[in-house]
Ligand binder design. Structure first.
Ligand code: ZN
Length: 392
């Protein structure tokens, strides 16, 4: 854990339990400056002082060390017609470093990429999982990471990994049953072998970070629902990823959505199906991609629309208390557009509106991700940006 990581966590506590040490304050101010340059583009030192509220002396000092680290560069003078001497613009060197990102959400293949700091994918590599679990799966992942680090055109700032399962903030996978990973310190194992910083988080959480940073999400309460072989969700509130008591916030795929005594209208969903978790009728048993494909197989257009709408309605019912309790502004769906974007999304929004107060749902957006298939990869890159630079 770096000093910067520590300071980030302290900043997030409403009731700080330790005093802020001078080196933490410096790391905090450093990320304020980087955050500003990351989102707003090049600025003069005077502008940075104005927007961050830091003194000119502090800004000059911080910019001086960022220049020597190679993270920022000077870009000529400001063209703005302000009175006085024009200031030299300082900008983040988005192409000066590479970030390696890996998405493990797919059970069949691990997908990896090298990105620059602006989130542009420069190189792609993938590797088949071939049913490997446990230590063999870690070894295969390490091999893919080595390939990606070697392919990076610039110095690698870090490696970000989106993993299935429950992952703590230090990158230990607490449980990922389908990989047979339990209490596995994945981030520290990979970092030790690769010699670069490694950050690991749950794959739905990384998708939420990608949407927050690169997908145009407002950050005023965002839930990203990832729909694939399973169903997961990541939540960003007030610009911070919600972890939850046991680091399992967002695990709504195993909330019961269909039960025996069901009297919810719409096309019948049938008897509750057995779930991989050992119970029956979980949201995942109707909303996972394989479950939806089975449901619509052989149906005509009308039957298909009705079947997807009834799944969407269940989704809306499950989401209504979540949206109300957190007063979310956006719910973003990530998964196959041909299944999610249409009758399913309309029915989910309809159910949400019906079951929540207008103040909660009238301005609620329920939309498809704007990041396509690269959402999880850009989110894994954000893990590195936020872990190493305090930028998201
Ligand atoms: Zn389940």
């Amino acid at each position: 854990m770096t000093a910067l990581g520590e300071s980030t966590r302290q900043r997030r506590l409403l009731r700080p339990t330790a005093k802020v040490l001078p080196e933490h304050a410096r790391a905090h101010n450093r990320s304020l400056v980087l955050q500003q340059l990351f989102h707003d583009g090049p600025r003069s030192r005077a502008d940075l002082a104005r927007t961050t509220g830091l003194t000119r002396v502090t800004i000059s000092d911080l910019v001086g060390s960022l220049l020597s680290e190679g993270l920022v560069t000077e870009l000529g003078t400001s063209a703005e017609g302000r009175p006085g001497k024009p200031g030299t613009l300082v900008g983040l060197r988005t192409d000066g470093f590479s970030v390696v990102a890996v998405d493990l959400a797919d059970d069949e293949r691990m997908h990896g990429a090298v990105l620059d700091l602006s989130g542009t994918v420069l190189e792609r590599r993938s590797a088949a999982v071939e049913g490997r679990t446990g230590a063999a799966a870690v070894e295969a992942l390490l091999e893919l990471c080595r390939e990606l680090v070697a392919a990076a055109p610039e110095q690698v700032l870090g490696v970000g990994v989106g993993s299935p399962g429950v992952v703590d903030p230090d990158g230990t996978v607490l449980q990922a049953p389908n990989r047979d990973w339990f209490d596995l310190p994945l981030a520290s194992q990979l970092a030790g072998a690769l010699g670069v910083p490694v950050h690991v988080a749950n794959d739905a959480n990384t998708a939420a970070l990608g949407e927050f940073t690169y997908g145009g999400a407002s950050g005023g309460g965002l839930l990203v629902l990832t729909v694939g072989g399973g169903v997961g969700a990541g939540i960003v509130l007030d610009g911070v990823l919600v972890q939850g008591h046991e680091h399992a916030a967002g695990e709504i795929g195993h909330v019961t959505a269909v039960d025996e005594r069901d009297d919810v209208d719409g096309a019948p969903l049938g008897r509750p199906a057995r779930c991989a978790c050992g119970r029956s009728g979980c949201l995942e048993t109707v909303l996972s991609v394989p479950a939806m494909r089975r449901r619509v197989e052989g149906l005509d257009a009308e039957g298909r629309a009705a079947a997807l709408a009834s799944v969407g309605r269940r989704l809306g019912i499950v989401l209504a208390p979540v949206v109300s309790a957190l007063n979310l502004s956006e719910v973003v769906l990530s998964g196959p557009r041909e299944l999610l974007d249409g009758p399913l999304r309309d029915a989910a929004l309809g159910a949400l509106r019906e079951r929540t107060m207008p103040v909660v749902s009238s301005s609620l957006q329920l939309r498809m991700t704007s990041l396509g298939e690269d959402g999880a990869l850009s989110g894994a890159a954000v893990l590195v940006l936020s872990g190493q630079l305090g930028v998201s």
